[in-house]
Design a protein around this ligand. Structure first.
Ligand code: ADP
Length: 661
């Protein structure tokens, strides 16, 4: 076994790998960019090397710098994690050329599965069914159009070099094909510098079921059963589970067998995943699943397989890379219970899942009943440079129902303050009827998105408490003298303050009147809510509101405050009345970058007339595209950015003037 390894990655997966290495007594070397100098993975590792600036291309994607760090550290092997260089055959080759072991498959196996078209052709030869379609070399548009018509609409155009759902277009009708092909090609060239595509039959009610495989360097290959990853948004996984609901022994055998054949066909060693798509129009059938692609690395969702198999897949990876045979044979592997994983992201479901950046002013996960894989701590920043994942929450139970109940519970007792996050969305999704019934499909989230992302307005008692706390009441503990504690609240019954709070874009203006020692009356519309502040605690206070006793935790946020009560986090921004007046007078005439990012498309020019809702600018930030629209009718007065510009959060992009001005 190795005595020292370097982990060429960051975030939760780097931390995850370090933990197993430590358990096995292997020393660990971390690498980091400037944005990650104080990151958790750097703290956990035995040594760490700076490899460059924040941009991934200057650090985590730099083969040269990672290898220089490996050489300096004396590591004997390199673990690539997932993402970044994990499926880069040149990287694997360079690692081996430097005399180190690559903790992953051979460069030739990575290459064989690197392009979707070549992989499909290879699988067909190995006798594995592939999604019907065209995956040949001819890229002539008219020719591809004919193939699409032959396959029958709807079809899916996919970039052969694709990944992460990029370069993929569903086409429903023949007359839309040409434009969709062009768009898919453009996206593929931009993302992968390769515009070649394949055409597939688009399955209208599919499930994504994948098989975890493992090979060693002695010719053995086993599978570790399936994972169902059908809950997706924009072709990205959201909640995964193992085993797959409704899976029969016969179908599991057929899929496992096909996956093992796929791995054997390329002499696979290490951890890999063979992804299939199953047509579930009338349930799961052993002859209705098709090979989609193979990922030649450890997957994000590997922990659900670990939970049901009782194995540590990173340990297996290390043993195989060190030349040991697989620790178990197929006949020694069995499924125990059920597991789920939910991906917790810094993103705002109610604003189209807009990624969010900022400081994690509060972060708490359940201490028991769930496994939390994370790369951040309370106080860390979610930066705009990398994937905005905060954590993966993994649960295990004896049955699907038991495990799912644990997932819902774990999501509901987790709290994140300081950045928008998808905890509520995930909790609702975990209780969605079709999912609970064991019928996930890849279209479920899209169909249900409205109910899953609806904002719940906080009730009046929460807003009233926030208003009182926002006035700094907790900062002056009563000292016996009632007047001292009242500070500027002069005489009982007369002192009032008006407070404006913003809760997720919704404004609340309230009047707060002091009525006595720590006693207030909050006017919300025509209601008056009495609030009494009781004992102050280190992190908040006890309060009596409308006759009910509650304990609250208060979080100080950069522009407001957060309250945790009844197990939920409520964040409020305090609005300065002067700022508000200024903002009102501008009336949404200014288009501001909501986050740092790249300007991809500018759809208007100075002097253009636009209508409310028109798409003006498309930005790319944190691996996603967002379209900024006009908030009112008007004329583009100034345009301050051009395509290709990098902008920071809060940058003025464009301003409008009224049409008649
Ligand atoms: P990527 O490599 O970009 O992630 P994949 O080929 O793995 O692309 O497909 C991603 C997702 O897109 C799948 O999990 C599935 O939800 C959907 N998908 C892929 N192929 C098809 C198809 N032929 N019909 C319907 N949906 C598909």
């Amino acid at each position: 076994m190795f005595s020292k390894i370097l982990i060429a990655n960051r975030g939760e997966i780097a931390c995850r790998i370090i933990r197993t290495a430590q358990r096995l007594g292997i020393r660990t070397v971390a690498v980091y960019s400037d944005a990650d100098a104080a990151a958790l993975h750097v703290e956990l590792a035995d040594e760490a090397f700076r490899i460059g600036t924040a941009a991934a291309s200057e650090s985590y994607l730099s083969i040269e710098r990672i290898l220089a760090a490996a050489e300096k550290s004396g590591a004997e092997a390199v673990h690539p994690g997932y993402g970044f260089l994990s499926e880069n055959a040149e990287f694997a080759e360079a690692v081996e050329a430097a005399g180190l072991a690559f903790i992953g498959p051979s460069p030739s196996a990575i290459r064989a599965m690197g392009l979707k078209d070549a992989a499909k052709a290879l699988m067909e030869k190995a006798g594995v069914r592939v999604v019907p379609g065209y995956h040949g070399d001819n890229q002539d548009a008219a020719f591809l159009g004919e193939r699409a018509a032959e396959i029958g609409y709807p079809v899916l155009i996919k970039a052969r070099a694709g990944g992460g759902g990029k370069g993929m277009r569903r086409v429903d009708r023949e007359d839309e094909f040409a434009a969709a092909l062009e768009a898919a090609r453009r996206e593929a060239v931009a993302a992968f510098a390769d515009g070649a595509v394949l055409i597939e039959k688009y399955l209208t009610k599919p499930r994504h079921i994948e098989i975890q495989v493992f090979g060693d360097r002695h010719g053995n290959v086993v599978h570790l059963f399936e994972r169902d990853c059908s809950l997706q948004r924009r072709h990205q996984k959201v909640i995964e589970e193992a085993p797959a609901p409704g899976m029969t022994a016969q179908m599991r055998h057929a899929m496992g067998d096909a996956a093992v054949r796929a791995a054997q066909a390329i002499g696979y060693s290490g951890a890999g995943t063979v992804e299939f798509i199953a047509d579930v129009t009338d349930g799961l059938w052993p002859d209705r699943f098709f090979f989609m692609e193979m990922n030649t690395r450890l997957q994000v969702e590997h922990p659900v397989t670990e939970a049901i198999s009782g194995l540590d897949l990173v340990e297996w990876q290390l043993r195989v890379a060190a030349g040991e045979p697989l620790p178990k044979k197929q006949s020694e592997l069995a499924i125990d219970g059920w597991a789920f994983e939910a991906r917790v992201y810094a993103e705002d479901p109610a604003r189209g899942f807009l990624p969010s950046t900022g400081r994690l002013s509060h972060l708490s996960f359940p201490e028991t009943g769930a496994r939390i894989d994370t790369g951040v701590r309370q106080g860390d920043r979610v930066s705009p440079f990398y994937d905005p994942m905060i954590a993966k929450l993994i649960v295990h139970g004896p049955t699907r129902a038991a495990a799912l109940a644990r997932l819902t519970q774990a999501l509901k007792v987790s709290h994140i303050g300081g950045v928008a996050n998808n905890l509520d969305f995930l909790a609702r999704l975990s209780e969605q009827a079709d999912f609970v019934a064991g019928h996930p499909d890849t279209g479920l989230i899209d169909r249900e998105v409205e109910g899953l992302t609806q904002r719940e307005a906080p009730d009046a008692t929460v807003v009233a408490l926030a208003a009182v706390v926002s006035l700094g009441i907790l900062k002056t503990p009563p000292a016996g003298d009632p007047f001292a504690s009242l500070g500027h609240w002069q005489i009982w019954g007369q002192a009032t303050r008006t407070v404006t709070l913003d809760h997720q874009g919704e404004r609340h203006s309230l009047r707060v009147a002091a009525r006595g020692l720590d006693l207030f009356a909050v006017h919300i519309g025509d209601r008056i809510v009495p609030v009494r502040i009781g004992g102050r605690t280190e992190s908040g206070c006890q309060a009596e509101i409308d006759g009910r006793q509650i304990g609250i935790t208060v979080l100080a946020l950069p522009r407001g405050l957060g309250l945790i009560l009844d197990g939920r986090v409520h964040e409020f921004h305090t609005i300065d009345p002067l700022d508000q007046a200024a903002e009102d007078s501008q009336g949404g005439d200014h288009l501001i970058a909501p986050m740092p990012g790249l300007i991809k498309l500018v759809r208007v020019r100075e002097g253009d007339a636009v209508s409310s809702g028109d798409a003006l600018i498309v930005m790319e930030a944190m691996k996603m595209e967002l379209t900024l629209t006009a908030s009112r009718d008007g004329i583009v007065e100034t345009l301050s950015v051009a395509e290709g510009d990098q902008t920071s959060e809060g940058t003025l992009l464009l301003s409008l003037k009224p049409e008649d001005a």
